[in-house]
Design a binder for this molecule. Structure first.
Ligand SMILES: *[C@@H]1O[C@H](CO)[C@@H](O)[C@H](O)[C@H]1NC(C)=O
Length: 311
């Protein structure tokens, strides 16, 4: 008798238990175990205040599903072009880079298994993936509503924070791994978002430098956990019982070589990686190096949508 499970373990038990769990549940359980086994949440960042839809469980909202890999809403790690309009999806060959770590590999396998269960044919999922993000960070070829969209797996229509119209709000984002680039925010005024409804919000301050086009820099703490705060101006005339605040983080990775230097002392385009692995350069110097680079090459992009109310 296994006391913890309270059931008699026989040769039948495992298949029975497996029968109870669909792949989705298995994915959640295994991601949970993996996340704790390696002591980290697999990359890279997310919006915690207001909570992004897939972070709500972790912020204590009952009835919302957990995502132990909540920092990784990034179109299945497909680098995104900088100027692809949201409504257009260009298909590209996605050359899978060799996963550096075994946990990443396992998570990718699980992601693919889950995809297979939901969509049947995973054959070209890894090889041929849309070259643009879904409006809330999902893979655009997933059937709508996608996981992080209203009505999707995490889109439970639960308001995570109430705000006052016209106020300046502090939005907090947490990073387990950040690779430069910038973040920006959009607001969709309707309760059910659509790709065309997002309007960029003004950033009036924050924990990092603000650069043109209402963007806030993201530094390079690499695997150190950091919380970055952006101060946003909510429009005076917008009120909603539920609307969508969206965070987009465009990293400068990969493709460092083509980064546009925005005036900071640049260690040299081709030597960025070497510079960071050089033990003679102090951590604080690396941390303080603000390359608010707008990388013109396809780069990793993360997105979170949060349900908020504005009164
Ligand atoms: C937002 O305000 C509503 C109405 O007062 C309240 O029921 C709800 O609990 C608030 N939500 C949060 C997250 O504070």
């Amino acid at each position: 008798m296994n006391k913890e499970l309270g059931i008699k373990v026989t040769t039948q038990t495992v298949p029975k238990l497996l029968g109870l769990c669909d792949l989705n549940t298995m994915y959640q359980i295994l991601s949970f175990i993996l996340a704790f086994a390696v002591g980290v949440v697999v990359p890279h960042g997310g919006m915690i205040d207001p909570p992004g839809r897939n972070y709500m469980y972790h912020a204590g909202f009952e009835g919302t599903p957990p995502n132990w890999n909540w920092q990784a809403v990034w179109c299945n790690d497909v680098p995104q072009a900088i100027d692809v309009p949201e409504s257009t999806c260009v298909y590209m060959e996605y050359v899978k880079t060799k996963p550096a770590k075994i946990y990443k590999f396992v998570l990718e396998i699980l992601t693919l298994s889950r995809y297979k269960e939901r969509h049947g044919n995973p054959k070209h999922v890894a090889e041929q993936t849309p070259y643009c993000l879904g409006m809330c960070g999902d893979v655009p070829s997933d059937p709508a509503p996608r996981e992080n969209e209203n009505g999707g797996y995490y889109g439970k229509a639960t308001v995570g924070k109430n705000y006052t119209a016209g106020s300046i709000i502090d939005v907090r984002t947490e990073f387990g791994a950040a690779h430069y680039g910038y973040m920006e925010f959009h607001l969709c005024q309707t309760s059910i978002e659509s790709p065309g409804c997002f309007q960029k919000l003004a950033i009036v301050g924050g924990s990092e430098d603000i650069i043109p086009e209402e963007r806030m820099c993201v530094p390079y703490p690499n695997s150190e956990t950091r919380i970055l705060t952006a101060r946003l101006q909510l429009p005076a005339g917008v009120r909603c019982n539920r609307c969508t605040l969206r965070w987009t983080y465009r990293t400068a990775y990969p493709g460092w070589g083509g980064m546009v230097n925005q005036g900071q002392n640049h260690p040299g385009q081709d030597t960025v990686q070497k510079w960071f692995s050089n033990p003679e350069v102090s951590k604080s110097e690396k941390w303080g190096w603000h390359e608010c680079a707008v990388n013109p090459n396809p780069a990793q992009v993360f997105r979170n949508c949060a349900d908020i109310s504005i009164q």
